[in-house]
Design a protein around this ligand. Structure first.
Ligand code: ACO
Length: 325
């Protein structure tokens, strides 16, 4: 049976870099706390009026198409994982297609917070495996700066903006997305959410005054769930594919906190020299972290490398994929 091989990857981060030193001027924090607690040194922020996640997603897709010698009319489906859509509707995938010149195909968003990219990869792979489509683009794009409260030191140091995209095509030689698992549990809602702006609490002066349009996170609670669920799910996918830690060429974890990544790698028996890490320069870019890792480490990847993708986010959601590169 055909599998969905990742035949190209590209990323985009905006030019503006927000450093820890600059954050020290904005809230009561310091570089030492941020680096030791999270591993983050700087993050990129999208400046400029009227530009949302779609701008970054479109830039990533344009680069992907150029790099893989693919024309817009060859794409059969585009899925965008995002938690910060430009609009409530239309969806960001529709906007990206328009910006890139992709017309008359199916395109839609997936909202699974930081697990969104692995969710979208799982969904997109099915269309390749069934033979329905030949070329599917999966995008992860988030402008977290749009929903971060830059007076809240507990969250504003964590997030950044960015986008990444991959091209999926059929492979019958044993490469590609060989397995994946997606999970969720609504018990996580109180610990990590953006309360207002949706249908339950539409925007009012009151919701704005209460700062309900910003990310709220109970960090320590989320931390506990993240380590347990990311590690358990990665162990599950490794076990059912008969992989030990030494079979894994790279762990590609969601970049929310360096300490969560270290704890997950440790529980999986994977050394940190085999873990993709770029949180220090981008922070947590939500759905974009995993494709941005693949983009940054592309030159170090070899055909046939076993990759374990692992993500955790609001919902709670968590997800993993076993990819043979
Ligand atoms: N600078 C200085 N001090 C700070 C800062 C800061 N930026 N932020 C918090 N503190 C203080 C707190 O006020 C607290 O002080 P107190 O003890 O006097 O109250 C102290 O530091 C410790 O705070 P904790 O929140 O307990 O710190 P912790 O070690 O848990 O780190 C963090 C916080 C980094 C948020 C961590 O809990 C974490 O990474 N959680 C998980 C994040 C995650 O995985 N999210 C999922 C993906 S995101 C998504 O889906 C959108």
């Amino acid at each position: 049976q055909a599998k969905a091989a990742i035949t190209g990857v590209h990323g985009y981060v905006p030019d503006y870099i927000l450093t820890n030193a600059e954050l020290e001027e904005m809230v009561d924090t310091n570089d030492e706390w941020i680096v030791s607690r999270t591993g983050i040194k700087e993050r990129h922020i999208l400046k400029g009026e009227g530009m949302g996640s779609s701008h970054m997603g479109a830039e990533a897709v344009k680069g992907l198409l150029a790099k893989t010698n693919t024309t817009p009319d060859e794409i059969d489906l585009l899925i965008c994982a995002t938690t910060t859509p430009d609009f409530v509707f239309p969806c960001t995938a529709n906007l990206i297609c328009d910006m890139v010149g992709i017309r008359n195909i199916g395109s839609f968003d997936i909202q699974a917070a930081c697990s969104g990219f692995v969710y979208a990869l799982t969904v997109g792979s099915q269309f390749i495996e069934t033979g329905k489509y030949k070329k599917v683009v999966i995008v992860g794009a988030d402008k977290m700066s749009a929903i971060v409260d830059y007076t809240d030191r507990k969250t504003c140091v964590l997030f950044g903006d960015g986008a990444g995209a991959v091209l999926l095509e059929a492979d019958t030689e044993g490469y590609g997305v060989l397995d994946s698992i997606i999970r969720s549990d609504g018990v996580g809602q109180p610990y990590l959410h953006q309360k207002a702006g949706g249908s339950r609490f539409p925007p009012t002066h009151e919701t704005i005054d209460k700062r309900w349009h910003y990310v709220y996170q109970d960090g320590p609670q989320v931390f506990k769930f993240a380590v347990k669920n990311m590690a358990d799910l990665s162990a599950e996918i490794m076990q059912r594919n008969q992989l030990s830690g030494s079979d894994v060429a790279w762990l590609v974890p969601h970049q929310a906190n360096k300490r969560i990544i270290e704890a997950t790698a440790n529980r999986m028996g994977v050394g940190m020299d085999k873990v993709m890490l770029n949180i220090q320069k981008y922070g947590n870019t939500t759905a974009a972290t995993i494709p941005l890792c693949l983009w940054d480490y592309e030159s170090q990847l070899h055909k046939g490398d076993n990759l374990i993708l692992a993500a955790f986010g609001g919902g709670f959601t968590w997800a993993t994929a076993y990819v043979k590169w």
